[in-house]
Design a binder for this molecule. Structure first.
Ligand SMILES: [Zn+2]
Length: 299
């Protein structure tokens, strides 16, 4: 696979257009129409990329919702698969540009470019629904939990899932990046890096994501981080769909700008498209594409 040829196609303007198309609350209770439109946008774009697309239904809160799954069949579908995922819903009142229109934009751009290749492993591109808290009980990650449970029940094997959770916000000023007290690791103090977080089972996946990024996207600073016990020691690493895969014993990474550790607009009405860094998102897209290309062929 000509990886560097694949990466030149990444288009920051297209990333921005996708974020602006999604911008606005997308929640089943406060903005069900916009949530449905976001689902339709993901379905249309994955279909336009040439993937076979399925809306996978699940029930929650007395209603039926869907994850959207696009599949690129591999030359060796018997080998463990790969997955790239992002959630398209928001909390009740935020425009959800960084959280998580940014993740969906990178997902769709990755699908558009990667679907032209013929990888050895089958690759799925998934828009997850209902990641955010749904009710007073605080249920969240509903769509991905159902997806991972069903995959395990069907005996499906995954070599890795890359979960895009807020990948568009940067701040160059020093002192803008917070680091949680339990992270004993040197982390840059300005918010311009990408973090990749894996659990113990995801050690190899994390190493390969890091190697592909350093080799093909040297202009992106990556901070890899491994957590233990499926993230229970550092609960903020369990706040997105990656934890649904960890809980079903699948290797998975959370790919993130570190959310509220950097972005003051997290879950606020100010999480708008104007606050994002689309050149950074293009670098993130190239890192995901390069990693997929390497992982799809490796032994
Ligand atoms: Zn989110």
């Amino acid at each position: 696979m000509d990886i560097d040829g694949l990466l030149v196609g990444v288009d920051p303007q297209r990333l921005e257009r996708t974020v602006r198309a999604l911008e606005g609350p997308r929640h089943p209770r406060t903005a069900p129409k916009a949530l449905g439109e976001a689902e339709a946008l993901v379905e249309a774009e994955l279909t336009a990329a040439g993937l076979s697309v399925e809306r996978q239904p699940f029930d929650s809160g007395g209603r039926t919702h869907h994850n959207v799954v696009g599949t690129l069949p591999g030359r060796r579908p018997d080998r463990p698969w790969l997955l790239v995922g992002a959630h398209f819903d928001t909390v009740t009142s935020t425009p959800g540009a960084d959280d998580n229109a940014s993740g969906i934009a990178v997902l769709l751009e990755t699908a558009r470019l990667f679907s032209r290749s013929q990888p050895e492993r089958t690759v799925q591109f998934v828009g997850f629904n209902l990641e955010e808290p749904q009710d007073a009980l605080g249920r969240y990650r509903v769509g991905s939990a159902r997806f991972a449970k069903r995959a395990r029940k069907e005996g499906r094997r995954y070599a890795g899932a890359l979960v895009l959770e807020m990948v568009g916000y940067t701040d160059r000023r020093s002192g803008t990046q917070q680091v949680p007290p339990l992270v004993f690791k040197r982390v840059p103090d300005s918010g311009t890096f990408l973090a990749a977080v894996g659990d113990g089972r995801s050690r190899r996946l994390l190493r390969e994501f890091e190697a592909a990024t350093r080799k093909h996207v040297p202009e992106l600073t990556l901070v890899p981080y491994r957590t233990w016990l499926r993230g229970w020691l550092l609960p903020l690493t369990r706040l997105s769909d990656n934890a649904s895969f960890w809980d079903r014993r699948y290797p998975a990474l959370m790919i993130t700008d570190t959310a509220f550790l950097r972005n003051p607009h997290y879950h606020q009405i100010t999480d708008s498209a104007d606050t994002l860094d689309y050149e950074f998102m293009a670098r993130v897209t190239r890192a995901v594409l390069a990693s997929l290309a390497e992982l799809a062929e490796n032994r």
